[in-house]
Write a protein that binds this ligand. Sequence first.
Ligand SMILES: [Zn+2]
Ligand SMILES: [Zn+2]
Ligand SMILES: [Zn+2]
Length: 329
Amino acid sequence: VTERRRDPLTGEWRMFAGHRQDRTFLPPTEYCPLCPTRPGGLETEIPLERFDIVVFENRFPSLVRQPPPPEIAGSPLYPVAPSVGANEVVVYSDDHNLGMAEMDVQHVARLVAVWSERYAELGGRDDVAYVFIFENRGVAVGVTLHHPHGQIYAYPEIPPLPRLELATASAHLADHGTCVVCDVVARERADGIRLVASNRSFLAFVPFAARFPYEVHIAPQRHAASLLDLTEPERLALAELLRAVTAGYDRLFGFPLPYVMSMHQAPTDDGQHQAVSHLHLEFTPVHRSADRLKYLAGSELGAGAFINDTAPEATALRLRDAVSASVVG
Ligand SMILES: [Zn+2]
Ligand SMILES: [Zn+2]
Ligand SMILES: [Zn+2]
């Protein structure tokens, strides 16, 4: 099966990709498919001896440029559609152990530049409505390959969470005449109690109504709808905060904290989204303490209502300490 089906109860589209069952699961380090191909060594996904940042199409994609027609016949109640779009893998470097926290800031800035290029390129396609850049890190969030890398999904429509955020932002704009994220950023800067790190252009903070105990959002202090709106110095400022936040996460409990990083920015369909899209990155680590995970259970999975047993102001303080302790130079 490679097709999309729409859930008649929620109206959400779901992706079906049967061949993904066969994908590589946690290969030993010597067989890492994201490491360089050494002379006389095993051929990896990347036929190069050295590389900086590499982007390639996922070998086990859920969305492709030229999808087969759906296997099942659709109907008005059960719409089906081809899995059109793209799945790309972004390998951060040729070093198996170099995550964002360990890279120099120029390297992270080059990663931001690559993300911008892919956003522009994929978003420029007529059949792509939303470009979603993300990173899954750690076995706790289901990662099958440890080599630092992220992914990019190009969806044929705006997915549920960004759609909900855009609707909320539109209502806020109608009521107050302002961008809700601009208002949030101003409030966090004024309050200070949920700040984790900041610089001249960006803020990192634990959101006021965080879903996860150590959730952190990073947003530009001025309105920028997507990565494409950032200037060169602003990209560097984002790179600095990405480095600071991930280093703080690694220091928090003394091990690389598993997380999902999600980037929300303007959709790339024909709609007018500039005023209601404000670029931000959401880090959602699943740990609630060094040895306990937050599991999604009844209220979260069955009702979509998150329960957080930690005050965001308290976790922000701990994260702020971890970030400032890990800053070198
Ligand atoms: Zn590797
Ligand atoms: Zn804004
Ligand atoms: Zn968001």
